[in-house]
Design a binder for this molecule. Structure first.
Ligand SMILES: [Zn+2]
Length: 109
């Protein structure tokens, strides 16, 4: 806001100085560096937390997607079974036909 009226203001520490020398002394002070380090730590912490949150979110989406796909696959299997039920007798007859064919081939050779 009143940046021009407050040329020696440290935003980080919310401290106002009248003299450039005071301000410079503050910038070099332990207090200022401590606040700066704290803020950097907090920012790093919050960005890490954000990344972690995003990673978790992505994992959850992947899990949900996999679950949805699995359910869709199951539904497809059920739908196929309902739509085209294979009678047992048909399977047996097919197997018997195959057996006969094998026997004939065996005979001829
Ligand atoms: Zn400061």
């Amino acid at each position: 806001m009143a940046g021009i009226l407050r040329p020696f203001y440290c935003e980080l520490c919310a401290k106002q100085y009248k003299m450039a020398s005071e301000f410079e002394a503050h910038l070099g002070s332990y207090d200022h560096h401590h606040k700066k380090r704290l803020r950097e730590l907090r920012e790093a912490e919050s960005s890490r937390a954000k990344e972690e949150r995003q990673r978790r979110e992505q994992k959850r989406e992947e899990r949900e997607m996999a679950k949805a796909q699995e359910m869709a696959a199951q539904a497809a299997v059920v739908a196929a079974a309902v739509a085209a039920p294979t009678p047992r007798s048909e399977v047996i007859m097919e197997n018997q036909a195959r057996c006969r064919m094998l026997m004939i081939r065996h005979h001829n050779s």
